[in-house]
Write a protein that binds this ligand. Structure first.
Ligand code: ADP
Length: 615
């Protein structure tokens, strides 16, 4: 994977900010609270010289007469004519009372602001990730079948869960501090500047402003590593999830081929490589703080040496030391925030790539909302290939499916029968030619209206891990229990459903695990009957069923075909004898067409197929 430029951390989060916009009100409250919580360091620091000074006075000589008074508190105290210290340097009772009152007020205020800041910022973080997840799911649902043909489901699931999880952590853990820590550092720096100017130590201001940015170097360098290894880790965890998904869904094959140990070994290898990238990211993360501390100590030493050389008095530098102690926590926080942000950026890049995927079929400017099927579906010189540079799977197909007719398509496996059905349901658009419904190109139609007209009973019956009733009512959510039962009866499914105590409320396991093949087919047929579409695509099952079940399924199929226009993909010739039109497909080309009798009379390939089937 190519490595994106680091400057994109900014653009990554700028895009994330778009998701924050709807919650601006909360953001302002949260930020304001953060600002106040962070900024309240300053008044605390301001008092420090006053707190320290009595010690100095007591410990050494009294300050020289006429020396500048320092500190706002002292000014206020003086104006109110309240003495802070007795003549012997002990604190006065007035000063003690003021301090006793002020300290809890400041602390309570700070705690409240912290709470508001954390609550609102984290709320926004969670909410943003919730919105992203919703958008991601919707966007994926809308992708074309071509996209899902190429994508790895495990990887998609991993991106929707692991990657959004990382973003959730990144946003929730940082968004509160993102505002607070810089404010705290700013407050400490401002205090140092203010104090230095007051003490006429201008050199110090210059020194701090020159040396302080050095602290940021390890944050930037190590941050890059964190991002790189996190990206690798996310790629690898996706592969892990994908392996798990493949293995668990194909567990029968794994077991049948006795591949459990081999699969476990492969999994261990991948897991190891995931572990390695996580550890590499961790190393970079953990190195960040000591590197920064090293630099900070170096700066501290330099500062002490400069102060000593200039003969600065201790009480002049102690407040600066205190400011450094105050700034230490937020600086460390900034390092931590950066780790989270870099991790989040790695995940966000992958999420954005998915969000920017648009493989949806083109939507007409003014889609026609058809409300019924009246006349015919026509394939007008339709050609199709799945890949732009792949082989042509359908070649110049022309045919018409009249209303209430049964059109059956036969041909060898891979001749393009399913592809024709896919084009009819507009799962794909033809590469050349048109598919017309009542004279209108499918591309002009509103897709959801089109799909309402078409029911599909496929070979592979897809059922969901839900109750039987809900599976039958899939796509017809407003159907009542009577309608569901009626559909099940027509599909010859009612009897086996009621044979179980829970009846229609029975949960059928993932993909209908608890049902037999014939039962699953009848549920799928009941589903189509309930939805009652005018056009039915029937992909007959190839799997062999026992004679009794087959008869039940055939009966159900006959019922679902009644009064409908049917496009049937036939695997057994016996079932299509009565079709109004039979198409014989060979390598994507319709090579023979007609009724059963006509084709038999023509004595072509269809006749040979019939003879072979009869033999
Ligand atoms: P049939 O239903 O007659 O067995 P299909 O319509 O499924 O045939 O497939 C026709 C051809 O198209 C086959 O060669 C198959 O490999 C190819 N094909 C089917 N689906 C896809 C796909 N999603 N991507 C690429 N090729 C495909």
């Amino acid at each position: 994977m190519s490595e994106p430029a680091d400057s994109s951390t900014y653009s990554t989060y700028r895009r994330l900010a778009r998701y924050v916009r709807p919650y601006t009100g909360r953001l302002i409250v949260g930020m304001l609270a953060g600002f106040l919580a962070g900024g309240s360091v300053f008044p605390l620091l301001q008092q420090l010289p006053e707190v320290i000074k009595p010690f100095e006075i007591a410990g050494t000589a009294a300050p020289a007469a006429g020396e500048k008074k320092t500190g706002a508190v002292e000014n206020i105290v003086e104006k109110l004519d309240i003495r802070m210290t007795e003549a012997d340097g002990r604190m006065t009772w007035q000063f003690m009372l003021i301090t006793l009152w002020a300290m809890p007020v400041v602390v309570a205020f700070r705690a409240l602001m912290n709470y508001l800041n954390n609550y609102y910022m984290r709320w926004i973080g969670m909410r943003v990730v919730r919105d992203i997840r919703d958008e991601l799911f919707l966007n994926l649902e809308e992708q074309s079948l071509a996209f899902f043909g190429k994508s790895d489901v495990g990887q998609l699931i991993s991106k929707c869960t692991n990657d959004t999880g990382i973003v959730e952590q990144a946003v929730s853990n940082t968004v509160a501090e993102v505002i607070r820590s810089p404010v705290e550092i700013g407050a400490a720096l401002f205090f140092v500047a203010w104090f230095s100017v007051r003490q006429e130590m201008f050199g110090l201001v210059v020194l701090v402003s020159l040396v302080f940015p050095l602290c940021v170097i390890p944050i930037i360098v190590m941050g890059r590593y964190v991002r790189r290894y996190t990206r690798a880790a996310l790629d690898r965890i996706s592969t892990l999830v994908s392996r798990m998904h493949e293995n668990f869904t194909g567990i029968r094959v794994v077991k049948a081929f006795d591949m459990e140990a081999r699969e476990a070994a492969r999994f261990r290898e991948m897991n190891k490589s995931y572990f390695r990238s996580v550890i590499a990211a961790l190393r970079a993360e953990l190195l960040m703080t000591p590197l920064m501390e090293g630099l900070a100590i170096l700066m501290g030493c330099l500062f002490i040496v400069v102060c000593y050389a200039r003969g600065v008095r201790l009480y002049q530098i102690l407040p600066i030391g205190a400011a450094a102690v105050f700034a230490y926590r937020p600086i460390k926080q900034i390092a931590r925030i950066n780790v989270c942000l870099q991790r989040g950026a790695a995940a966000l890049e992958r999420i954005y790539a998915l969000l920017d995927t648009d493989t949806r079929l083109p939507i007409a400017a003014t889609p026609v909302r058809v409300d019924g099927f009246r006349d015919r579906v026509v394939f007008d010189h339709v050609s199709f290939r799945y890949e732009p540079d792949g082989p042509e799977v359908i070649r110049d197909a022309c045919m018409a499916i009249q209303k209430s007719h049964v059109v059956a398509v036969v041909g060898e496996t891979g001749s393009g029968k399913t592809t024709l059905a896919n084009l009819l349901a507009r799962f794909y658009d033809p590469t050349a030619g048109r598919v017309l419904l009542d004279g209108r190109d499918l591309r002009e139609l509103d897709v959801s209206r089109l799909r309402k007209l078409i029911g599909i009973v496929t070979q592979e019956t897809i059922l969901f891990n839900d109750t039987l009733a809900n599976n039958i009512a899939y796509g017809a959510e407003d159907a009542g229990p009577e309608a569901i039962q009626e559909a099940a009866k027509q599909a010859n499914a009612h009897a086996f459903i009621m044979a179980e105590a829970r009846g229609y409320e029975r949960i059928i396991g993932e993909k209908g695990f608890v049902l037999s093949g014939g039962e699953r087919q009848r549920i799928a047929i009941a589903r189509a009957i309930l939805r009652n579409p005018p056009i039915l695509i029937l992909d007959e099952a190839t799997s062999a069923l026992d004679t009794a079940t087959e008869r039940l399924v055939q009966e159900a199929i006959a019922r679902v075909m009644e009064n409908r226009t049917v496009f049937a993909i036939a695997h057994r010739l016996s079932t299509i004898r009565h079709a109004n039109l039979i198409l014989l497909l060979d390598h994507g080309r319709i090579v023979e067409r007609g009724t059963h009798e006509e084709l038999c009379r023509a004595d072509g390939r269809y006749r040979k197929l019939c003879d072979m089937a009869a033999a």
